[in-house]
Design a protein around this ligand. Structure first.
Ligand code: 5GP
Length: 119
C-alpha cells in the first residue's frame, strides 16, 4: 500500500508561497492581498492571512490580533484604491456561507453602489 499523500495546497496558499501569480496589491509580515480573478465589482480584492487558517470556523481568541490585522489591511487598501464613497467587506464561511476556497479570506468590494441583502 502506498503512503498517504500530503494534503494538496489550496490556491491561496500557493499564491502566498509565490507558486502561482496574482496581482498583489498589499503585503505585510502576516497578511497578503491580491485582486480577485473574477471580480464582482470594479474593485474586488481578497485579503488573506499568510497563516493557513481554513475558515472563520477554526479561529479562536488566539487569532484576535491577526483578525484585527486583516481589517486594518482592508481599510488601508480601500484608502489606497480611492474608495472614498464606501465599500463592503465579506467573509464567506462554510458551505451555506458560499465559501469555495478553504483558506480564510476577506473580500473587499467597491467602486460601485452595492445592493443589500446579498443572495
Ligand atoms: P469564496 O467563495 O471562497 O469566498 O471566494 C473565493 C474567491 O476566490 C472567488 O471570488 C474567486 O473568484 C477567487 N479565486 C478563485 N481562484 C482564484 C485564483 O486562482 N486567483 C485569484 N486571484 N482569485 C481566485
Amino acid at each position: 500500500m502506498s503512503d498517504p499523500q500530503p494534503e494538496e495546497k489550496n490556491i491561496f496558499q500557493r499564491i502566498i508561497d509565490r507558486e502561482i501569480p496574482a496581482d498583489i496589491v498589499y503585503e505585510t509580515e502576516r497578511v497578503l492581498a491580491f485582486r480577485d480573478i473574477q471580480p464582482q465589482a470594479p474593485t474586488h480584492i481578497l485579503v488573506v492571512p499568510k497563516e493557513p487558517i481554513a475558515s472563520l470556523e477554526e479561529v479562536t481568541a488566539q487569532h484576535a490580533s491577526l483578525l484585527g490585522e486583516l481589517l486594518v489591511a482592508a481599510a488601508a487598501i480601500a484608502r489606497q484604491e480611492g474608495l472614498e464613497q464606501g465599500y463592503r467587506l465579506v467573509v464567506n464561511c462554510g458551505r451555506h456561507g458560499g465559501q469555495e476556497i478553504p483558506h480564510l479570506h476577506v473580500h473587499l468590494l467597491g467602486g460601485r453602489s452595492l445592493t443589500w441583502p446579498p443572495g
